[in-house]
Write a protein that binds this ligand. Sequence first.
Ligand SMILES: *Cc1c(COP(=O)(O)O)cnc(C)c1O
Length: 431
Amino acid sequence: MKNETATFNTLKEKAEYLDKEDTLSHFRSQFIFPQHNGKNALYFTGNSLGLQPVTTKQYIEQELEDWAKYGVEGHFYARRPWFAYHEFLTEKMANIVGALPEEVVMMNQLTSNLHFLMVSFYKPIGKKRKILIEYPAFPSDIYAVQSQIKFHGGNPISDLIMVKSEREDFVIEEEKLIEQIEKNKDELALVLLGGVNYLSGQVFDIAKITQTAHHFNIMCGWDLAHAAGNIELHLHEWEVDFAAWCTYKYLNSGPGSVGGAFIHQKHLKNIDLPLFAGWWGTDKKERFKMKPEFEPMHTAERWQVSNAPVLSMAACLASLEVFNKAGMPDLIEKSKKLTSFLEETILHLNHLYGKEIFRIITPNQRGAQLSIVCLLPNPKNFYQQLIKNGIITDWREPNVIRFAPVPLYNSFEDIYLAGEKMNAILSELVF
Ligand SMILES: *Cc1c(COP(=O)(O)O)cnc(C)c1O
């Protein structure tokens, strides 16, 4: 049953047709691909580190030039004055996450933002002191909530409710999550979940879960690391209390680039919210008067602690401009087609070999990611073969390979070519 390359012809024709129909295909040339044997690698790890837009260099160079030219005066005289640099990002970012500009601020990084936001929105009172998260969750999020609980004098084990997936595919049933929120309603102070689970790629119903938490008078925050720039988000309309995300995954802003934060409009008026303050959160007009009094801003900018990291923001701006040109609705439409085509290709490989070699664990509620359990006797070896053949994916113990076809720069041909190469690898391994 092996090596039936001919049967790949239908997939090849389909990829050609879909690429021809793709109205976003020209965006591919606006990104720089790592090279493999003199050709673009088949890059499927935009969920981990997005590719570099060709304009990024120019945006960073502009700031280096203005720094050279103006020195400290660049805060006011740079072509994009550094004093207010974060403002160039706000509206473009708000478009991507479905927020009002006043609700969004780019600052710090993801885990730091989770901490700063929990200072305001995790307020253990009386019996209501617990935090609910999902499991598996990204370790940084677990450490962050445990340390917040400890900081408030709580017990990081008994005050943390982890809703665990009991299933082999790591999927957490939404009914179970909601049941747990209801069951613990009198003890929960905060529900903090990932909008898209990093491991399984499962997308949660953010609106419904947020509504459930609110029904029981519980704050609800979201980690959007794998959601921002990937799935449809309407944070304002969904009444999410707060959210944080990074910009180096789907948002292509470079390693360790600046993070994002959202605080719902309904909380912005409440100037009594506790907050870890810094000079960038005080009223802009008063800031350089260097007064000892903190004059809270009435936008998400109040949560800013330090002045803007301009070089990483320049990279972020370059990327957000590409996103805003393409527009989230079209990107999401293409994303669905790409991911379905990847699914079809993977299932075709199983079919060719007459057995289940790959098991897709990502449920149908998904974005641009398929997590695939490799059932070969030595799955890590298969993953290493992928890398050797220029198919860049990532590996999660014990046997999960994550593929993220990204609508801004991946083509249907990328997927077809990956399928063909996987077939060649399998023909050596499977008998
Ligand atoms: C990527 C990721 C992080 C990384 O946190 P940083 O603070 O950006 O290093 C944290 N949480 C989740 C859910 C992630 O996916």
